[in-house]
Design a protein. Structure first.
Length: 155
């Protein structure tokens, strides 16, 4: 008989595919970070259709001021700012994970983000979070593709 100390917890990792169409970015990223910390492999598809709430002009101006942050000594050494929707979402999720703990670093390696839906993920069942769905029409939100095109992303 094995004692409680000798028992090893076996965690089953799931492969989860999330469809980002018409989901609010911040709520989606917080749900994804929780799934990653639980040990799941998460792929986010349709990152270009994820929405950001707020006025379009204020979102674009805020991101443009974020892009001006650079190194004083040598601007070529970073920091590098993402302009593609999939890398912007990965960066948002990274900000919600523990920075210095090994669990946060390992969690980020289990995240994949895609613009559109790749062929190998088309057969998987895609889920959406009910608490992250947009409540109003699309006119009240800015998509990640619009934001990316405005700040310099070329498809």
């Amino acid at each position: 008989m094995a004692s409680k100390q000798e028992k090893v917890l076996v965690t089953k990792t799931k492969f989860i595919v999330i469809d980002g169409s018409d989901l609010i970015a911040g709520r989606l990223c917080s749900n994804v970070s929780k799934l990653l910390l639980q040990g799941n492999n998460v792929s986010i598809v349709n990152c270009d259709k994820i929405m950001m709430s707020g006025k379009r002009n204020s979102i674009v101006e805020e991101y443009k001021t974020f892009l001006k942050i650079g190194s004083i000594i040598n601007p070529l050494n970073g920091p590098y700012h993402p302009r593609r929707p999939d890398t912007m979402i990965s960066r948002m999720v990274r900000g919600m994970l523990p920075r210095k703990k090994p669990s946060g670093q390992a969690s980020l390696k289990r995240l994949r983000a895609y613009v559109g839906i790749p062929k190998e993920l088309r057969s998987y069942e895609k889920i959406q979070f009910d608490n992250a769905k947009i409540k109003r029409s699309n006119a009240y939100y800015t998509s990640m593709a619009e934001l990316g095109r405005t700040i310099g992303w070329t498809e």
